[in-house]
Ligand binder design. Structure first.
Ligand code: ZN
Length: 249
């Protein structure tokens, strides 16, 4: 029988049974259990884990546990630089792209608003999300722990907040997105990059008051919507500015 000692740090504790939070505890492990298997068996999706120390040394997810092992499990660090240590994921994704599950439509729209390529369809089933994320190198956004535990999901982000504006802030903080933000460059409805378009080409389709007041327009080549910097845009602009200012501060 293999018994190992575990300690989870920071917000990873939220996933544990109450009596196991913020303390060391020992746990019996199945024979041939790996670090990943045990971490998930204790309730923590592997996508939330950034670093595993086994007896003080960083190891990957596939390391077999032996009797007496001490396992320390860390989320993404905010302040402490762990770059010299091996992280559990082999590679970072080259480009930050997302796929959101069916319950995160609001967050998906806000990510598109800040320019991040975000797939969302409330008809996506878990296996489709897993397949698309793997094939296209997308980070899975969800509040569904079972989805994050799927084998094919290598990069994921459990979203703690319930309201979409707070979810956006949470994802920005965790993944350090502010620098890569390109606000208002992507269609909120269908995720297509927007293209600036000359006013003369859209003028005839505009309501009179819009034609009078606005000069700059962009369009989506997929769904053919035309966008201008109206009151809805100004509210979103204020929200984005606040988000980016906080990230810099
Ligand atoms: Zn569109």
């Amino acid at each position: 029988m293999v018994t190992a000692t575990f300690r989870f740090y920071e917000e990873l504790n939220d996933f544990l049974a109450r009596e196991r939070r913020r303390r060391e505890f020992s746990c019996r492990c199945a024979r041939m259990a790996t670090t990943k298997h045990m971490i998930e068996a204790l309730g923590v999706p592997h996508t939330e884990v950034e670093l595993v120390l086994l007896n003080g040394e960083s190891v990957g997810f596939d390391t077999l546990l032996r009797d007496g092992d001490r396992v320390a499990v860390f989320p993404k660090f905010e302040a402490l630089d762990i770059t010299p240590l091996l992280r559990v994921r082999e590679r970072a994704l080259r480009e930050t792209r997302f796929i959101a599950d069916a319950h995160l439509g609001g967050l998906a729209h806000l990510l598109r608003m800040t320019g991040f390529d975000t797939l969302y369809d409330n008809g996506f089933r878990d296996e489709e999300i897993e397949r698309i994320a793997g094939a296209q190198g997308r980070i899975v956004l969800t509040r569904d722990l079972e989805l994050l535990k799927r084998r094919g999901v290598t990069h994921g982000c459990y979203v703690h907040a319930l309201r979409s504006a707070q979810q956006l802030r949470e994802v920005f903080d965790r993944l350090d997105l502010a620098r890569g933000a390109r606000p208002f460059t992507r269609c909120l409805e269908c995720n297509t990059p927007l293209r600036e378009i000359d006013k003369s080409l859209v003028e005839s389709a505009l309501p009179a008051r819009v034609r009078e007041r606005y000069q700059r327009f962009s369009t989506c080549d997929t769904c053919r919507r035309v966008f201008w910097e109206g009151s809805h845009w100004q509210r979103m602009r204020a929200m984005v500015d606040e988000l980016l200012a906080q990230a810099q501060g």
